[in-house]
Design a binder for this molecule. Structure first.
Ligand SMILES: *[C@@H]1O[C@H](CO)[C@@H](O)[C@H](O)[C@H]1NC(C)=O
Ligand SMILES: *[C@@H]1O[C@H](CO)[C@@H](O)[C@H](O)[C@H]1NC(C)=O
Ligand SMILES: *[C@@H]1O[C@H](CO)[C@@H](O)[C@H](O)[C@H]1NC(C)=O
Ligand SMILES: *[C@@H]1O[C@H](CO)[C@@H](O)[C@H](O)[C@H]1NC(C)=O
Ligand SMILES: *[C@@H]1O[C@H](CO)[C@@H](O)[C@H](O)[C@H]1NC(C)=O
Ligand SMILES: *[C@@H]1O[C@H](CO)[C@@H](O)[C@H](O)[C@H]1NC(C)=O
Ligand SMILES: *[C@@H]1O[C@H](CO)[C@@H](O)[C@H](O)[C@H]1NC(C)=O
Ligand SMILES: *[C@@H]1O[C@H](CO)[C@@H](O)[C@H](O)[C@H]1NC(C)=O
Ligand SMILES: *[C@@H]1O[C@H](CO)[C@@H](O)[C@H](O)[C@H]1NC(C)=O
Ligand SMILES: *[C@@H]1O[C@H](CO)[C@@H](O)[C@H](O)[C@H]1NC(C)=O
Ligand SMILES: *[C@@H]1O[C@H](CO)[C@@H](O)[C@H](O)[C@H]1NC(C)=O
Ligand SMILES: *[C@@H]1O[C@H](CO)[C@@H](O)[C@H](O)[C@H]1NC(C)=O
Length: 640
C-alpha cells in the first residue's frame, strides 16, 4: 500500500462524482480555473480509453491479480473502496467483476479501518483463489512515526462468485504482527505470495511451498523484505524465515544514479523469476519494490519521495540456514515521479489471453499506479474530474539481453545491468538487465485496431538542415499529425559516435502541440537522460492548481555496439522509442528497458501535432516514424 497523506490523516477518500454533467467545457477557448467547476464537469476531458480505472472515483494501488484456474480469465485488482477488479480474456478489453466492482471492503474484526494490498494464491484453500492481504486496525501508519502495535496484520479471504466477492475467513489474522523480536517496524504490509524452486532448495522446503514476502523496515535500521513460509495446506500458519533482504537506512544502489535510494521503508515488494521469454520458475530472481524516503525524517515532512524500483540477484543460504536475497543489479521500473506501487503476477501459458493469442510460455505482467494528485498531496482538481488516477498499460517483464556491447568503461558500473558474459577475443560483453515491453496483445491491438495509420519519413537533421530555423533549436513539422490524443507512435534515432561527448545535443519529438501548447520528449547525452519537458504542456496549468509543469526525466545509457567486423568499428546503440498517448496518460518506452509514465494535461483540442525536435551541433538520423491512431476501447461494456 502506498501510504498517502490521506491515510496518514486517517481518512480514505472515496469520490462519488456526478457524471451526468453536460459538456459545458469549451476546449477551443482558453481554460477556466478547473478547480472551481462542479463535480464531474471535466469527466471526459482527460479520461483515457485503453487504460484500467474504475467506472468513476479513485483508484489506488494495483494488487490481488490472478488467473482463475477454472475460467482461465486474468483478474486485475486495484484498491478502490477496499479492493475492486476486472477480468480479461485478451489483456485488451476488461469487464468489471460486478456492477459495483468492489470485491472486498474494510469491515469486520480483522480490518475495521482499511484493506491494504494483498496477493492471491490462485489454487488456494479447497482449490479456490485465496487472498492474503493486509488487514488494518489502526491508523496512522507511516515510516516516519512510531508504529502502532497491531495496526497491520495479514488475513485471508477466499473467492466467491467467480471473484466478484472475496469472503473473509472467520478467524484472526494468519500473520498477526511483526515477528518478535523485530517489533519496532516502519511498516509490515503488502504480502506477496509466490513459489520458487531455487528458494525451496536454499531453504530446504518441500517443492511447491508458498512463500510470502512482506514489505517494511525497522526503525533506525532500514528497509526490509520479511520472508514467511507456508506451514499448512490451508495457509493458516506461516513460519518466519527472517529478513531475507535488508538494506541500510537511506542507502542506495551504487551512487544512486540508476536506481535511486533504498530509502527507509519498502512497500509493495513482488518476488518472481524470469528468463528471456518471461516467467520461468527456474529463472533469475527478480523483485519489484517501492522505496520511501525523505530529506528529513520528521513530520510535517518537507519532502516525501517514493521510488519504484526493481532488482535482481541471487539467493544464498548462510551457515545457520537462513536465506538471503543478494542484489546484483537494480534499476527504476518507471522513471515517472507519480508512477508507483507496481503489482505483477504470473500469467500462465494456459490463461485465456495466452491461448487466444498463441503465446505458449508463461509470462509475468505488471501494472503501476499513476497518481493524478501526487499521492493525495497536490491540488489536482479531482472533484471536477470525477475520477482520480489510472493503472499503466499492461507491461511484460523478462530477462533482457544486450548483445555485442563493446567492453569499455560504459559497462563497468554498479547499475541497472550486469555483465552476463565477456568475449575477450572480440572485446565485447553481453549485458543482462530487466526487459520491459508493452503486453504483446495490447501492442498488437493498438496497431491492428488503429482507425488511421501513417508513416512520416525519417530524415537527417543538423543545424544546416533545410528548414532549420535561426535559433539553436528547431522543430520540423510532420507532414501529417494525429487528429486526436489517442495513438501509439514508434520512432528511432541514430547518433554519430561524436554525439557521445556532446554537451548540447538534444534530439526527439514535440508532441501534443499547437500554437498554444507543446511537450518535448528528447534524449541528451549530457546526462544520459530522456526528458519530458512539460513547461508548455498545458494551458490549464496557469489557471488551475495541481497541474505541475516540471520536467520528468530518467536515465538511459546507449551503449557502444560492436560492428559485424569483430569490434573494429562500433556504433552507438540506436534509440528506439514507443510512445503511447491515451489522452492525458503518456507512457514512453525506450529500447525495451526504460519506461517513463506521466501526465500531459493538454487543454486545446488542436494540441495534437507532432514534429521532429533537434538542438545542438551534432547531426542525428531520425528513422521513419509510424503513428497508429485510435487505440482501443478497453471497457466495451461500460456505459461511459
Ligand atoms: C461534489 O463532490 C464533493 C466531494 O466529493 C462532495 O462533498 C459533494 O457533495 C459533491 N456535490 C455534488 C453536488 O454532488
Ligand atoms: C459478499 O458476500 C458477503 C457475504 O455473503 C455479503 O455480505 C456481501 O454483500 C457480498 N458483497 C458483494 C459485493 O457481493
Ligand atoms: C531438510 O529437511 C528435511 C526434511 O524436513 C530434514 O530431514 C533435514 O534435516 C533438513 N536439512 C537441513 C539442512 O535443514
Ligand atoms: C524438487 O525440485 C527440484 C528442481 O525442480 C528437483 O530437482 C527435485 O528432485 C525436486 N524434489 C522433490 C522431492 O520433488
Ligand atoms: C521505535 O523506534 C523509534 C524511532 O527510532 C523510537 O523513537 C521508539 O522509541 C522505538 N520504540 C520502541 C518500542 O523501541
Ligand atoms: C537521505 O540521503 C539523501 C542523499 O544523501 C539526503 O539528501 C537525505 O537528506 C537523506 N535523508 C535523511 C532523512 O537523512
Ligand atoms: C548469481 O546469479 C547470476 C545469474 O543467475 C549467476 O550468473 C551468478 O553466478 C550467481 N552468483 C552467485 C555467487 O551465485
Ligand atoms: C571492466 O571490468 C572487468 C572485470 O573486472 C575488467 O576485466 C575490464 O578490464 C574492465 N573494463 C574497463 C574498461 O574498465
Ligand atoms: C520509410 O518510409 C518510406 C515511405 O514513407 C518508405 O519508402 C521507406 O521504405 C521506409 N524506410 C524504412 C527503413 O522503413
Ligand atoms: C483556482 O481556484 C482554486 C479553488 O477555488 C483557488 O485555490 C486558486 O487560487 C485558483 N487559481 C487561480 C489561478 O485563480
Ligand atoms: C530498434 O528498432 C529497430 C527497428 O525496429 C530494430 O532493428 C533494432 O533492433 C531495435 N534496437 C533496439 C536496441 O531495440
Ligand atoms: C476494434 O475496432 C473495431 C472496428 O472499428 C471495433 O468494433 C472494436 O470495438 C475495436 N476494438 C476495441 C477493443 O476497441
Amino acid at each position: 500500500m502506498a501510504q498517502s497523506t490521506l491515510a496518514i490523516l486517517g481518512a480514505i477518500a472515496a469520490l462519488t462524482p456526478s457524471i451526468t454533467a453536460a459538456k459545458i467545457i469549451d476546449n477551443n477557448a482558453s481554460p477556466p480555473n478547473i478547480s472551481t467547476l462542479f463535480n464531474g464537469s471535466i469527466f471526459y476531458t482527460w479520461r483515457p480509453r485503453s487504460h484500467i480505472l474504475p467506472p468513476s472515483g479513485q483508484i489506488g494501488d494495483p494488487c490481488m491479480h490472478y488467473t482463475d484456474p477454472v475460467t482461465g480469465l486474468f483478474h486485475v485488482g486495484y484498491l478502490h473502496q477496499g479492493a475492486a477488479g476486472a477480468t480479461t480474456d485478451d489483456l485488451v478489453t476488461f469487464k468489471d467483476v460486478g456492477k459495483d466492482p468492489t470485491f472486498i471492503r474494510a469491515e469486520g474484526i480483522n480490518d475495521p479501518i482499511a484493506v491494504f494490498d494483498g496477493s492471491v494464491i490462485p489454487y488456494g484453500i479447497n482449490g479456490t483463489p485465496t487472498l492474503l492481504y493486509t488487514s488494518v486496525s489502526f491508523l496512522p501508519i507511516q515510516w516516519t512515526i512510531p508504529y502502532i502495535k497491531g495496526s497491520e496484520t495479514q488475513s485471508l479471504a477466499v473467492a466467491h462468485d467467480g471473484g466478484a466477492n472475496f469472503t473473509k475467513l472467520k478467524e484472526g489474522p494468519v500473520i498477526p504482527g511483526p515477528p518478535f523480536p523485530v517489533t519496532n517496524v516502519t511498516g509490515l504490509r503488502d504480502p506477496y505470495v509466490f513459489q520458487n524452486p531455487t528458494l525451496d532448495a536454499a531453504a530446504n522446503s518441500t517443492n511447491g511451498t508458498w512463500y510470502a514476502a512482506i514489505s517494511g523496515g525497522i526503525h533506525g535500521e532500514g528497509p526490509s523484505q520479511f520472508l514467511f513460509r507456508q506451514y499448512d495446506a490451508d495457509f493458516r500458519d506461516w513460519e518466519y524465515l527472517g529478513q531475507w533482504w535488508h538494506e541500510q537506512a537511506n542507502s542506495s544502489w551504487g551512487d544512486g544514479s540508476w536506481a535511486g535510494r533504498w530509502g527507509f521503508n519498502f512497500e509493495v515488494g513482488n518476488v518472481f523469476a524470469l528468463n528471456t521469454e518471461g516467467y520461468s520458475a527456474e529463472g533469475e530472481i527478480f523483485t519489484t519494490l517501492g522505496a520511501e524516503w525523505s530529506e528529513v525524517p520528521i513530520i510535517p515532512q518537507v519532502s516525501q519521495f517514493r521510488e519504484m524500483l526493481w532488482s535482481a540477484g541471487n539467493i544464498t543460504t548462510s551457515s545457520n540456514g537462513s536465506v538471503h536475497f543478494v542484489p546484483s543489479m537494480a534499476g527504476k521500473l518507471d522513471w515517472g515521479q507519480w508512477a508507483y506501487a507496481a503489482a505483477g503476477k504470473l500469467l500462465p501459458a494456459n490463461s485465456s489471453a495466452s491461448k487466444a493469442s498463441g503465446v505458449d510460455h508463461d509470462r509475468f505482467i505488471s501494472y503501476l499506479w499513476l497518481t493524478n494528485d501526487n499521492f493525495g498531496t497536490d491540488a489536482f482538481p479531482v472533484v471536477a474530474q470525477g475520477w482520480n488516477s489510472v493503472l499503466t498499460t499492461t507491461r511484460e517483464l523478462a530477462q533482457g539481453i544486450i548483445s555485442d556491447v563493446v567492453d569499455n568503461d560504459l559497462v563497468n558500473e554498479t547499475a541497472s545491468w550486469r555483465v552476463g558474459s565477456r568475449n575477450s577475443a572480440a572485446g565485447t560483453v553481453e549485458l543482462v538487465t530487466l526487459k520491459q515491453t508493452i503486453g504483446q496483445e495490447v501492442r498488437a491491438a493498438f496497431i491492428s485496431n488503429a482507425t488511421r495509420t501513417f508513416t512520416q519519413s525519417g530524415r537527417n537533421i543538423s543545424t544546416t538542415a533545410p528548414g532549420y530555423g535561426n535559433t539553436s533549436a528547431t522543430a520540423l513539422d510532420f507532414q501529417q499529425s494525429p487528429m486526436s490524443r489517442f495513438f501509439l507512435m514508434t520512432a528511432s534515432i541514430s547518433f554519430p559516435p561524436s554525439a557521445r561527448n556532446s554537451s548540447d545535443l538534444k534530439a526527439g519529438f514535440q508532441i501534443l502541440s499547437s500554437e498554444y501548447e507543446s511537450t518535448t520528449v528528447y534524449y541528451q547525452f549530457a546526462n544520459e537522460s530522456l526528458i519530458v519537458d512539460r513547461s508548455n504542456s498545458s494551458a490549464a496549468a496557469t489557471t488551475t492548481p495541481g497541474l505541475p509543469s516540471n520536467n520528468e526525466g530518467g536515465r538511459l545509457r546507449l551503449f557502444d555496439i560492436a560492428g559485424s567486423d569483430s569490434g573494429n568499428s562500433s556504433a552507438i546503440e540506436t534509440l528506439n522509442l514507443t510512445i503511447v498517448v491515451d489522452n492525458s496518460v503518456v507512457e514512453i518506452f525506450a529500447n525495451d528497458r526504460f519506461v517513463l509514465s506521466t501526465w500531459i494535461w493538454s487543454w486545446y483540442d488542436q494540441s495534437t501535432e507532432i514534429s521532429f525536435y533537434h538542438e545542438g551541433s551534432q547531426a542525428v538520423a531520425f528513422g521513419n516514424v509510424t503513428v497508429y491512431e485510435g487505440l482501443v476501447d478497453a471497457w466495451p461494456e461500460r456505459m461511459y
